[in-house]
Design a protein around this ligand. Structure first.
Ligand SMILES: Cc1cc2nc3c(=O)[nH]c(=O)nc-3n(C[C@H](O)[C@H](O)[C@H](O)COP(=O)(O)OP(=O)(O)OC[C@H]3O[C@@H](n4cnc5c(N)ncnc54)[C@H](O)[C@@H]3O)c2cc1C
Length: 266
């Protein structure tokens, strides 16, 4: 498709960019009719989600509820029903907003992305996908075709939480997704992902390292949420101040860890 073309899927972002003249591509490449990219299916080792799956489909999918409920939880809080009916997971990721709500659950779940172009197919960890605000590793001749979500090991809990200007249905001021695996009261693995607090969605790796092989007492979790603050670089914008984002990040990291642990114990 080259530099002159712009892919349009659900169009919830692209149409705004066109109307505000933020972009003026020579060609629009409408992929919304590629029904073969609209699926959610189980494989042996991972769940495959076609990139044209809409947020509404993901929110309601029994397979997502069973295998990756935090992705469904995030999809259900995106925009309004109209946005969720039109907007796709591929568009949400390829647009690379720091606030993209599906990015943090996928980071926490250790997902990979299948990118397909004229020179073939590659599968990359989602962690390597985002480069900067609205910038990814996608080449101009590539499409994001599939999201692959590995099945979590036993004794794993997960939680997603978002704060927007309204209770939900608005871009995140901060969103956090956490997955945690606990064996005999000890944290064996943890992934904490934060959105809208840095140029790209990020993992709080220092906080994760601090928690590994520890018993997840309240004080330990609180300390980890403070460590996570060292890893974010929030900005002040129309939606919130940097300081507010820091405070909310601390609270959401703590709450998602606790909620994920509670899910294992249930
Ligand atoms: C009122 C409103 C509220 C919103 N609320 C939220 C919210 O709460 N949370 C949130 O995360 N987002 C929100 N959004 C943003 C947006 O709706 C989502 O990011 C949506 O998922 C984008 O998907 P789309 O299919 O509409 O993408 P499009 O607009 O079609 O495309 C977006 C970008 O991705 C590229 N692209 C699309 N699909 C592919 C593909 N398969 N391969 C390669 N490139 C591709 C396009 O070229 C473009 O650059 C909101 C938007 C609006 C207008």
């Amino acid at each position: 498709m080259g530099e002159a073309g712009k892919v349009i899927a659900g169009g919830t972002e692209v149409v705004i960019y066109l109307k505000t003249r933020r972009i003026s591509p020579k060609y629009l490449i409408d992929i919304s009719d590629l029904k073969e990219l609209e699926y959610i299916k189980e494989n042996e080792e991972f769940l495959s989600v076609g990139s044209l799956s809409t947020h509404s489909t993901i929110e309601k999918s029994p397979l997502i509820k069973k295998r990756a409920h935090i992705l469904g939880d995030s999809a259900s809080q995106i925009g309004t029903i109209q946005i969720r009916n039109m907007g796709t997971i591929g568009g949400n990721l390829a647009n690379a907003s720091p606030a993209a709500d599906t990015a943090t659950p996928l980071l926490a779940l250790g997902a990979s992305l299948e990118l397909m172009g004229t020179s073939g197919k590659r599968v990359v960890p989602i962690e390597t996908f985002f480069i900067h605000v609205n910038k990814t590793i996608l080449q101009s001749n590539e499409l994001l075709t599939e999201i692959q979500i590995p099945y979590p090991p036993p004794n794993t809990g997960a939680a997603f939480m978002k704060i927007g200007r309204r209770a939900a249905h608005d871009l995140s001021i901060v969103n956090v997704a956490t997955t945690v695996t606990v064996t005999e009261d000890v944290c064996k693995n943890i992934c904490i992902a934060l959105g809208s607090v840095a140029p790209t969605p990020i993992r709080a790796k220092k906080a994760e390292a601090f928690l590994k092989e520890k018993t997840l007492e309240k004080a330990t979790i609180k300390k980890a949420s403070e460590i996570a603050l060292e890893e974010i670089q929030p900005i002040s914008d129309v939606r919130a101040s940097a300081n507010y984002r820091k405070e909310v990040s601390k609270v959401l990291v703590r709450m998602t860890i606790q909620k994920a642990i509670d899910e294992i114990e249930r």
